[in-house]
Write a protein that binds this ligand. Structure first.
Ligand SMILES: C[S@@+](CC[C@H](N)C(=O)[O-])C[C@H]1O[C@@H](n2cnc3c(N)ncnc32)[C@H](O)[C@@H]1O
Length: 224
């Protein structure tokens, strides 16, 4: 996302420090769900509104984008169940207790189409290894994209790394899943252009464990 620099961005973020996580001990709850790359916050804000009894963490590494989401929540009288981490998704391990998370949401992530940038894709195997460690048994990653090559890549990546794939759709808008879907900013734009939206759920299987290996970055092996 190419976002213009927002005037006084860091001052504005500092004014919202009550809902920002800046060091690990500031996260004083276990989130029910985490959104990675939350952009301007439409998805996580609606998710939190629909589930007032649950708590959420939204992660966004671009402060010029994050400030929009953070200020929306600060201004709301009703939404008090979201905290933001303005930083990279790759740092989640610093903040989140292993095996504690029920759902991770990844909506329309940057596709990084060049092979040389594969490691930046949020469904690259080192990210999946991190998600695996953070998720409870049977916990889920819910992934949406408008990018077919990234979707195909992600299906293989989740499968190769021991996740069980469910609820796959190549046309979310015309599927049974649309009724409960929360449309993100990017998604709305793609839908208005008539482009298909792809979605899947990748579930952690409790009878597999990730293990580090020397010949691949990470592999899954059956538990004993
Ligand atoms: C294409 S936008 C999609 C925004 C939003 N999820 C939506 O669907 O409207 C991708 C967002 O992910 C953020 N992002 C990309 N890589 C990230 C990372 N490693 N950690 C945190 N945020 C990231 C970008 O800054 C950008 O705001």
């Amino acid at each position: 996302m190419r976002a213009r620099n927002k005037k006084n961005c860091f001052k504005r973020l500092a004014a919202c420090k009550d809902i920002l996580i800046q060091s690990p001990d500031e996260l004083d709850f276990i989130p029910d769900g985490i959104e990675l790359g939350c952009g301007k916050g439409a998805f996580v804000i609606e998710l939190a509104r629909r589930n007032p009894d649950k708590k959420y963490l939204a992660v966004e590494h671009n402060p010029n984008v994050a400030v929009v989401a953070v200020e929306k929540v600060m201004a709301s009288k009703y939404i008090n169940n979201i905290r933001f981490f303005v930083g990279g998704a790759e740092r989640l391990n610093d903040y989140i207790k292993p095996q504690s998370i029920r759902r991770i949401y990844i909506n329309h992530p940057d596709p990084w189409p060049r092979r040389s940038k594969e490691k930046r894709r949020l469904t690259y195997q080192s990210y999946l290894y991190m998600y695996w460690n953070l998720l409870r048994d049977e916990g889920e990653v819910i992934f949406k994209t408008d990018n077919r090559p990234l979707f195909d890549y992600s299906i293989s990546s989740f499968r190769d790394n021991g996740f069980l794939l469910k609820n796959i759709t190549y046309d979310l808008v015309n599927s049974e899943y649309m009724e409960d879907d929360i449309v993100t900013e990017y998604q709305a734009e793609y839908i208005s252009k008539g482009q298909p939206i792809y979605m899947l759920t990748a579930q952690k299987q409790s009878d597999f464990v990730f293990s580090e290996s020397t010949d691949r970055d990470f592999v899954t092996i059956p538990k004993n």
